[in-house]
Design a protein around this ligand. Structure first.
Ligand code: SDX
Length: 432
């Protein structure tokens, strides 16, 4: 942002209803919505509200975790460019960075990874809970439920003001997400659950719990293990997106972090958010071949349907994560073979980016456009794609929840409304 935008100042406003003028302080490029309340037409007037459906222009908090510049396609975690972190830091080290503000040193990194690796088990009763789901239950529905269920195994998590207690829950949630995800998949496939292997990396252990069959010990392919680790890093946080806002709002009631994380996962499940990666593959499969791309584009332009994996509330030129994901795809396809859906995706992108509808609406591929193609090539079913997103986003949800819980300016979230309903009226007939 240019210096001018960041400069503090004063907004002079005059209310035409009363002719009175007001000076509203400008700090960090914003005015405080509460400063509008002094603007009244009479003594008993509640005062002026700001009306902002979907929070298109509302800053809900101050945060030092993630910075995004949508015009310039910039994404930084604690000041580090995503391009550097994706290439040079492990997902667990990035999780540590998001939560603690600094990257871990060598010893801290080893201790952190070991602590996570030794909390991957879930209570055996969780398996019975998962077994209760129908065979074709969507794994994201299972994940949302089992994350919430964890709150019943750790009642001490309700002590949200106890930092030591909350650190335990943070470790557990990061550690157990791959286990819950893999168990959901194994349940759907009718396969026995494969237990965690503490000797493997975070990504390697997840692949182990997903794919291990009769071999004595699963050995992940190092290329796929690294590619998955990078993909998790790319999904780790993204400032105040829908699911992170849900984590903060639900967490503001001082509920335990498992329940708040379940709400965040539920928000992520939506096809406009983290569920988009699954919808992209369904869209590409529906298009089927490069020859069908022009007709599909025309349907999108007629407003008949949305191009899943395109567009973003913040990024208006490109999503830096999509750029990196395309590089990861090349690595993965060296091992798995090229996913034919890639040709359809590349043609869809080529045609769309040259078309005025997409240019004028500032629609570019987002993080979800290419990630699913990689996941599919790695053998994941499309229903697991939002689950993979949730595993990556968990450290971000937790870091944002921690920051919100510690922010002295925050309290329970409770927006106001503009009432447009019926005025006072009474039931017909005699009062009882
Ligand atoms: C994620 O917020 C985050 O940071 C999210 C995320 C994260 O890391 O947490 O980045 C992850 O959720 C990425 C987005 C994944 N979703 C999709 O790919 C679904 C398809 N995209 C859209 O539905 C849409 O672009 C959103 C939801 C991503 C953004 O929606 P906005 O900013 O609210 O924009 P909008 O819905 O108001 O659309 C503005 C215009 C509309 O046209 P008009 O009615 O003004 O004529 O653009 C059109 C929309 O119809 N439009 C699209 C479109 N996205 C917007 N038209 C066709 N295809 C699309 N994908």
């Amino acid at each position: 942002m240019t210096e001018q935008i960041n400069q503090d100042g004063v907004l002079h406003v005059t209310d035409s209803r009363t002719g009175r003028s007001y000076d509203l302080p400008i700090r960090d490029g914003a005015i405080r919505a509460l400063d509008l309340r002094q603007i009244k037409v009479s003594g008993e007037d509640f005062g002026l509200l700001s009306y902002d459906p979907a929070f298109l222009n509302t800053a809900s908090c101050k945060s030092s975790i993630t910075f995004i510049d949508g015009e310039r396609g910039i994404l930084r975690y604690r000041g580090y460019p995503i391009e550097e972190l994706a290439r040079r830091a492990s997902f667990l080290d990035v999780a540590y960075l998001l939560l603690h503000g600094e990257l871990p040193g060598k010893e801290e990194s080893q201790a952190w990874a070991s602590e996570i690796a030794h909390h991957t088990y879930v209570h055996e009763n969780v398996k019975k809970f998962i077994d209760g789901f129908h065979h074709d239950a969507h794994p994201m529905g299972i994940l949302v439920s089992t994350v919430a269920a964890l709150s019943t195994f750790y009642p001490e998590a309700k002590n949200v003001s106890d930092a030591a207690r909350q650190r335990e829950q943070v470790i557990r949630l990061i550690a157990k997400m791959p286990t819950l995800a893999a168990f959901a998949y194994r349940h759907a496939m009718g396969l026995p659950y494969a237990y965690p292997d503490a000797e493997l990396s975070y990504a390697g252990n997840f692949l182990n719990m997903m794919w291990k069959m009769t071999e004595p010990r699963y050995q992940p392919d190092p290329v796929l293990e690294h590619a998955l680790d990078v993909l998790l890093t790319l999904h780790a946080d993204h400032e105040q997106n829908c699911s992170t806002s849900a984590m903060r709002v639900v967490g503001s009631s001082q509920v335990d972090p498992y329940s708040a994380a379940a709400a965040a996962a539920a928000a992520l499940y939506g096809p406009l958010h983290g569920g988009a990666n699954e919808q992209v593959l369904r869209m590409l499969s529906q298009i089927g071949s490069v020859e069908n791309v022009p007709a599909y584009i025309e349907r999108v332009k007629r407003g008949e349907l949305r191009m899943m994996g395109f567009g973003h509330r913040v990024y208006k030129n490109f999503d830096p994560r999509a750029t990196i994901i395309k590089e990861v795809a090349d690595e993965v396809f060296q091992v798995t073979g090229r996913n034919p859906m890639l040709d359809v995706a590349l043609e869809l992108e080529r045609v769309a980016l040259a078309d005025d509808y997409f240019i004028s609406h500032k629609l570019y591929p987002n993080v979800d456009f290419y990630s699913g193609i990689i996941y599919q090539a790695m053998g994941f079913p499309v229903t697991m794609f939002p689950v993979l997103f949730a595993i990556g986003r968990m450290p971000g949800w937790l870091a944002q929840w921690q920051e919100g819980s510690a922010d002295p300016e925050q309290k329970i979230s409770r927006p106001r409304q503009i009432y447009v309903g019926q005025g006072l009226r009474h039931l017909d007939g005699p009062s009882s």
